[in-house]
Structures are given as C-alpha cells and as structure tokens.
Design a protein around this ligand. Structure first.
Ligand SMILES: Cc1cc2nc3c(=O)[nH]c(=O)nc-3n(C[C@H](O)[C@H](O)[C@H](O)COP(=O)(O)OP(=O)(O)OC[C@H]3O[C@@H](n4cnc5c(N)ncnc54)[C@H](O)[C@@H]3O)c2cc1C
Length: 316
C-alpha cells in the first residue's frame, strides 16, 4: 500500500527498505510475535530484485537478481521452495564469447575464457594462482599469508605489478562485471574477500550446476519478495515512503520520519538499505565516526543490463 497518513504510528520495529533483507527481517519479527512496519522509498517492493515482462514478448525478464544456487544459497532456496516457486536450470552448455579491446569477438565452445591468438594467458597466472589460494582455507584478513601486501592497494595497482597489459585489461573488465566497479577504484583486499565469500572465481563466473548462475525462478525473483510481504499483516509494507530522519529518543525508543510525512515511534529500527544511501537519512545523534567513514566511502556497483530475445532457440 502507499503511505499517505500523517498520523504517528507505534510499532515494535520499523524496517527501512523492502528488498529481500528488509522483508526477511520483517517476516522474522512478525513470526516472533512483534509488530512491524516496513518503509520503502520506491513505488514497488523487491529492491534490486525486479522481475518484469517485455512489452512485445511473453514471459518474464529479470532486471536485477536472477539466479540462485541451492548449495551456496540454501536459505533463499528453501524460502523459494516454501513459497512453492518453480525452478528452471540455467543451460551451462553454452558458447563463451569474449570481446577484446580492439572490439573483436572471439568464441570457442566449452572454454570458460576463449584465448585470442597472440595472447599469452600465462601472464595471468599470478592472478589465477591468487584466486586458487583464495579457494583454500587461507584467511583473507591476513593477506601477507597469500603473498599479497598487508597494506591494501587497488586491484589495478596489483595487476600492473603482476601481469601484462592485455591480461590486466581483461581482468579489469572481469572485475567490472563481477562487482560493477573499475579495478582502479577497487581495493584488492575487498575483491579477495568478495571472491572467497562467493565460493571462488569459477563459482561466481560460471554457468550451470555448482555455479552462482544455476537456478532461475519461473515466477521471477520478485515473487520471493512478494511472498514475504504477503505473509505480513495487511498494511505492514508502505511504499513511496523514503525515510529521511531517524532520531533516538531519550526514552530509549526511536522516532522515524518519511518524506511523505509519515511518522513512527518504535522500540527498534532496522536499516536494510545499501550503505551508500545512509547519506539520505539524517541521524540524531549522528552515526559513530567509523560508521560514517564506511558510509561515505562505499560506492554502489553500476550495471547496465541488455536482454536479447530470439524467436526460436539457436542451434550451433
Ligand atoms: C543487476 C543485478 C543482478 C543481480 N543478480 C543476482 C543474482 O543473479 N543472484 C543473486 O543472488 N543476487 C543477485 N544480485 C544481488 C541481489 O539483487 C541483492 O543482493 C539483493 O537484492 C539485495 O537485497 P537487499 O534487501 O539487501 O537490498 P536492496 O534490494 O537494495 O533493497 C533495499 C531497499 O531499500 C530501499 N531504500 C533505500 N533507501 C531508502 C530509504 N531512505 N527509505 C526507504 N527505503 C529505502 C530501496 O528502494 C530498496 O528497495 C544482483 C543485483 C543486481 C543489481
């Protein structure tokens, strides 16, 4: 429902953001017997999961989150099963295509990364070796133990010292695909942590079973968000309600204000929004300095997604 009341409401917990995180939190709070209100800035729920349909074709497309893997994402897999959603396996038997920096496209069946003539992939060994080490039990919080400086550096700086220009540009493009930022703005320690916690490079970048690109949801990933919202009491989720101010009261409670003049008083507030968007909210008292540093230095990944549909399946 749209938020349109200027009356102050009292709930046990206010959740800011109606993406997967916020809705799951609200769901758990409700299950535990507490009252909850979810405040969402946009006109729809789901956040970075956004299933929609093409105007000219049948079927659904995903503009955000698309795949899950039952082994590495068991909780969301179980949730989707509980919501009686259907799974469609991604076809892993596809052609890999690579476009090099001259614009030329190379394609080979069965190769994760086709090798253009004249390019020596051995140059990329230091990077691949690092990736392999990441998949073992090495502690990424102690980079010195895997031959990476303890002092953080950008991925670009590390690649300049350890690989050729072609591979540096190629790996940089891979970074942009993986986290939506350029290797020049990406900390090496952060990337290592990201890749390790994502199950390794092969898992993150591959297609099919045992990779992050395994199961699609027939009804769309937005059906997960909708299923969570539907399980809440009616009126718990308020869209078009961007939170602008959060004030801690001397009584111990929290006062929350939205741009559309909704006000809430709650015992607790949960922020389930991207860290960089905290800057849109005025906090009283201000967030601690360490938190402010994280908020001001976190950058979102930037993606443009293009979807091509074919009248019939392409057969090689
Ligand atoms: C293009 C793309 C593809 C992806 N593919 C996959 C995939 O295949 N598999 C996978 O597992 N993950 C994938 N992800 C990641 C996945 O979508 C996210 O991890 C997940 O959706 C994040 O959920 P969240 O609830 O933490 O945050 P979000 O989905 O970002 O939700 C935060 C919500 O908070 C709202 N909000 C922000 N500020 C305020 C405010 N001040 N007041 C009120 N509301 C506010 C936002 O509008 C948003 O709805 C993909 C992401 C993108 C962008």
């Amino acid at each position: 429902m749209n938020g349109n009341s200027d009356q102050q409401q009292k709930v046990d917990v206010v959740v800011v953001g109606a993406g997967f995180s916020g809705l799951q939190a609200a769901h758990d709070i409700h299950q535990a017997g507490f009252s909850v209100a979810v405040l969402e800035a946009k006109s729809r729920i789901g956040g970075r999961s956004y299933t929609t349909s093409l105007k000219t074709e049948h079927g659904l497309i995903e503009l955000g989150a698309t795949w899950i893997n039952e082994h590495t994402q068991p909780r969301v897999f179980e949730l989707a099963k509980k919501l009686a959603l259907d799974f469609v396996e991604q076809n892993g038997q596809t052609k890999s295509v690579i476009q090099d920096f001259s614009g030329q496209v190379w394609s080979e069946r069965g190769e994760l990364i086709p090798q253009p003539p004249g390019v020596d992939y051995e140059d990329a060994f230091p990077f691949m070796e690092l990736m392999e080490k990441l998949q073992s039990t090495i502690n990424v919080t102690k980079p010195g133990t895997i031959g990476v400086p303890d002092q953080d550096m950008t991925v670009d700086e590390w690649l300049r010292q350890n690989t050729s220009q072609w591979n540096r540009e190629f790996i940089s493009n891979g970074c942009a695909a993986l986290v939506g930022r350029d290797a020049k703005e990406l900390g090496l320690h952060y990337l290592m942590d990201y890749i390790k916690s994502g199950g390794g490079l092969g898992h993150l970048a591959g297609e099919g079973p045992d990779t992050a690109q395994h199961l699609k949801i027939k009804q769309g990933t937005s059906a997960i968000a909708q299923g969570l919202a539907d399980a809440l009491p009616e009126g718990s989720v308020l869209t078009n309600s961007p939170v602008t101010a959060i004030t801690q009261l001397t009584s111990g409670g929290v006062h929350i204000t939205t741009k559309n003049n909704l006000t809430f008083e709650s015992r607790k507030v949960i922020l389930a929004i991207p860290t960089n968007t905290y800057t849109n909210i005025s906090f009283t008292p201000p967030l601690p300095p360490a938190k402010r540093t994280i908020v001001s230095s976190t950058k979102p990944g930037i993606y443009a997604k293009a979807i091509i549909t074919y009248r019939r399946p392409l057969v090689a």
